[in-house]
Unconditional design. Sequence first.
Length: 445
Amino acid sequence: MAHKYLAEAIEELGVQDRTVAVSPVGCAVFLYYYLDVGNTQAAHGRAPAVALGHKLANPDSIVVSYQGDGDLAAIGLAEILQVAQLGWPMTFLFINNAIYGMTGGQMAPTTLRQQRTTTSPQGRTSLTGQPLKVAEMIAGLDGPAYVERVALFNSKQRNRAKKAIKRALALQVENRGLGFVEVLSECPTHLRMTPVEAQKWVEENMVPIFPLGVKKDLDSGPRFALDRPHFDPETVVRALGGSKQAPPRFAEGFPAHIDEHDVAIKFAGAGGDGAQTIARLTALAGINEGFDSTYIPSYGPESRGGTSYADVHISRQEVLSPAAPRPHALVVFNPHSLKKFGPCVAPAGVVLYDATVISDPPPLVSSVLQIGIPFARIAADLGNVKVKNAVALGAFQAATRLFPAETFLNALRQSMNDDRELAALNEEAFVRGRKAFGALSAKAN
């Protein structure tokens, strides 16, 4: 019925060709089967954020986020609160059936006291808290213009539901604000009841806990004048600080000596070691050479002392997965990172570690080249220990010959912008790193 009322409202308001429906994980996901409008499926709980992206990208669109109670009121609670507080003209339909319907009948934030579910087989008790009254929570925010809770258990309530859904949509069409409608809905499957019995259960059990009616209605709410974003290529390039001029290329081709199609690299260290920076520079180097490249950061919970790592892929055609569980090369700055990721390096791979802080590296498979270079000590000799990552980058280039040295130096200069002094220091650190690896290689031979 909620699907039907939404479809009728879209048709009556004449906005079918402008409407984008956003549905997340759960029963709500099947919305795209029934509505002939633009459709986007969002990750669990993230429908409000995706909906906001649609609205910002195209303010003329009519965006409807259609979510269940497990989705919106649990994993997606932060998203709906923040987006609702913004108050932008959008429409949210919240289906409350007091249970996780699609994923097995677990207790949801809206599950009633004493209600039995697969995760509360003895009934919801005081240990698991009270059911969450979402409509009242949303109405208490300053952003929304209209909030109402409706039901579907008889013809009178269905008529009210239809009017509420249309009003929430009309507010957006008129650019007057955000509308939120909570719909009490039956779930005969998990209640183990007939549809008629389930309707009666909603009326007798849910309504006393979730009172029906309008919770907020700013009838003379503000009219929004939403600016359209710029998609002009020159404007976008200028905003990103880019250039229309193609970067110079120094490589003769793809680094097939490492892998024929896709090179995976991992950089890791403590927070502040600079692993993320050189990972980003390596990805930029790959892009500058004309290859598809990705950089995925992962930050540990500690700002200092934990493991902060990044995965980089450089592919001849297209990176199919950004993660690098079996990297061809690993650069690490602390013992914990070497212990954690060293055994993951692919056979015949390369491991470079900071010998300043790692004096007893764990043994790896014999085919992996493991070399310690004092990144931090070399950087300290240059007068700034912070450039130890540039030292590591130089050693990495020399050890892997991923791209020519000039490719990485060009990426360094791009990242430094107009700070010539800092750029010069980083370039010198890069050169020192290359020399350090060369000296160690010559000594080993």
